[in-house]
Design a protein around this ligand. Structure first.
Ligand code: ADP
Ligand code: 5GP
Length: 210
């Protein structure tokens, strides 16, 4: 295994179950850590500052952006969201695979700046299921749900730019597929430079010593 962690970007329509999939993945496998974003939207009931998001003002957001402290940022349904750089890089250096659960504009910025990042798009089995899940979650008004569905139509145009498509139908299957994707990514030659050198050296020394 390579020592440095990989960046895993997860996007998908609001209500598709990204948060649920990511939570399960992290409960089951300890190699992952979640990036905590900053946002200017107000907290939902039960959301904790520093855990779900860092809830900040528009002014604070502008300062972070101007100082280059965000890896990416985007506007979403009238609010701003961004990924703090230091938090992510410290954990990548510790060997964690860092999960960025972000929307499409941000994901495309990440791919451009960090081409080694892995982009996964989560889709529902059918549109009707998406609406059911959004309404079932009970965290948005009916008007907000409609806005989020319209946004999903826009976002669906960008799905093709992602590396992988995951359908979140059966939850455990979806979680397992995501983990398998990451296991394969860790096997790619291009992220295993150090290990390749170690293998070559070990082999050379062994043969010379015989
Ligand atoms: P997102 O983070 O994509 O906005 P959530 O993780 O909040 O979505 O999930 C939206 C709702 O759908 C939640 O009530 C969640 O329990 C439910 N859900 C998520 N995945 C599944 C699934 N595979 N099957 C049925 N319900 C699901
Ligand atoms: P929510 O308001 O439902 O928590 O999030 C709305 C959307 O913003 C979701 O698609 C979520 O993935 C996205 N999002 C959350 N954090 C970030 C971030 O740091 N950057 C970007 N670009 N999108 C984010």
């Amino acid at each position: 295994m390579n020592k440095r962690g990989l960046i895993l970007v997860i996007s998908g329509f609001s209500g598709v179950g990204k948060g649920t999939v990511v939570r399960r993945l992290m409960e089951q496998y300890k190699q992952y850590a979640l990036s905590v974003s900053v946002t200017t939207r107000p907290p939902r009931e039960g959301e904790v500052h520093g855990k779900d998001y860092f809830f900040i003002s528009e002014e604070e957001f502008s300062v972070m952006e101007a100082e280059g402290r965000l890896m990416e940022w985007a506007g979403y349904v009238g609010r701003h969201y961004g990924t703090p750089r230091d938090y992510v890089f410290e954990r990548l250096d510790e060997g964690k695979d860092m999960i960025l659960e972000i929307e499409v504009q941000g994901a495309l910025q990440i791919k451009e700046k960090y081409p080694e990042a892995i982009l996964v798009f989560v889709a529902p089995p059918r549109a009707a299921v998406l609406k059911e899940r959004l309404l079932g979650r009970g965290t948005e008004s009916v008007e907000q749900v409609e806005k989020r569905l319209l946004r999903a139509v826009e976002e669906s145009e960008s799905m093709g730019a992602y590396d992988y498509l995951l359908i979140n139908d059966d939850l455990p299957t979806c979680v397992e597929e995501l983990h398998q994707i990451m296991q394969c990514e860790h096997r790619k030659m291009r992220v295993n430079g150090e290990l390749l050198d170690d293998i070559k050296l070990d082999l050379k020394r062994f043969v010379e010593g015989e």
